[in-house]
Design a protein around this ligand. Structure first.
Ligand code: IPM
Ligand code: MG
Length: 352
């Protein structure tokens, strides 16, 4: 098949890890007779430096015209001034919103070879295989009103947590569809004992659940979910939740996998177009040194093949190659090894 993939390397270690993932995609294309064309564009701090804005119009237009988008990471100390008018992270939020990517899939699987890489005891992580579906274009991140003001001589700030039923139903429905292909269990996470938006979330979720007779629904409050992720993560299959809860819970869940460096993500909307990125950040401390772990980005490329291009066998082949490389002892520094970024990429390609 022919496909156009936009590459958004971004900042920090972004260019190094995206380049390894691209090499993996090239090998898959050669093996399976596909033709992937790449369109490299600017986002984040790199875009601010070159154009003054974190998401140039041309970047968004190129993404809309493409079949899929592979992103490295954005941000870094250079653009961190709290008084700055433009920030790299705004580019990420704007592209999610601009492409209508309302669902962020973050799978967390404990690979047997990495059980001892987690700070948690082996029995807490063994067998963990969960998928967080995080709502991505609503809630506190985008709600209006949002403001800073001075009221009665006191500085004051407002953020708004707002969801309508359509925003809730579409992401919950996707979670149920994904659960149907897994262990048929959805945990919906909210704070319905306090928040009005969570009570609507719970009501709409129950309605959507009616469409899926074979998938079980469980509701859980976000605070106890945070605890259960550490004490009994094996009991989760698909977890669906609003934007901010999902942001926090997925960083927590990443600890189960042994390293932030191995975790991929997919952001999906109504069509086939998706944005794929590792869940870690731009790691400015190791940028340019060639030691970053490319696994999270390579597994994101696998998700790209699966969800945007419909190439399931190719996606599964990449995932098997990653597991085989790690089982065979391939380790970057974050996993306690000494392989460089490109050596890790090569170890994976050797098993494809
Ligand atoms: C993430 C990140 C982003 C978010 C930041 C960088 C805006 O933490 O993708 O989880 O909060 O969504
Ligand atoms: Mg986050």
């Amino acid at each position: 098949m022919k496909a156009t993939i936009v590459l958004l390397a971004g900042d920090g270690i972004g260019p190094e890890i995206v380049s390894e993932a691209r090499s993996v995609l090239d090998l898959v294309a050669a093996r399976h007779g596909h033709a992937f064309g790449y369109d490299a564009r600017l986002i984040g701090g790199a875009a601010i430096d070159a154009t003054g804005v974190p998401l140039p119009d041309e970047t968004l237009a190129a993404c809309k015209a493409a079949d899929a988008v592979l992103l490295g990471a954005v941000g870094g100390p250079k653009w961190d001034d709290p008084a700055a008018k433009v920030r790299p992270e705004q580019g990420l939020l704007a592209i999610r919103k601009g492409l209508g990517l309302f669902a962020n899939l973050r799978p967390v699987k404990a690979m047997p070879a990495l059980l001892d890489a987690s700070p948690l005891r082996r029995e807490r992580v063994e067998g963990v295989d969960l998928l967080v579906v995080r709502e991505l274009t609503g809630g506190l991140y985008f709600g209006e009103p949002r403001s800073r003001s001075v009221v009665d001589g006191k500085r004051r700030a407002v953020d708004t947590l707002v969801y309508d039923e359509v925003e809730i139903a579409r992401v919950v429905r996707l979670a149920f569809e994904l659960a149907r292909g897994r262990r048929k269990h959805v945990t919906s996470v909210d704070k319905a004992n306090v928040l009005e938006s969570s009570r609507l979330w719970r009501t709409v979720t129950a309605e959507v659940a009616q469409e899926f007779a074979n998938v079980a629904l469980e509701n859980q409050l976000v605070d106890s979910c945070a605890m259960r992720l550490i004490t009994a993560a094996q009991s989760f299959d698909v977890v669906v939740t609003e934007n901010m809860f999902g942001d926090i819970l997925t960083d927590e869940a990443s600890v189960l996998a042994g390293s932030l460096g191995v975790l991929p993500s997919a952001s999906l909307g109504a069509g086939k177009l998706g944005l794929y990125e590792p869940i870690h950040g731009s790691a400015p401390d190791i940028a340019g040194k060639g030691v970053a772990n490319p696994v999270g980005t390579i597994l994101s490329a696998a998700m790209l093949l699966r969800h945007s291009l419909g190439l399931e066998p190719e996606a599964a082949a990449i995932e098997r190659a990653v597991e085989a490389a790690i089982e065979g002892g391939a380790r970057t520094r974050d996993l306690g090894g000494a392989l460089s970024t490109s050596e890790m990429g090569a170890a994976i390609r050797a098993r494809l």
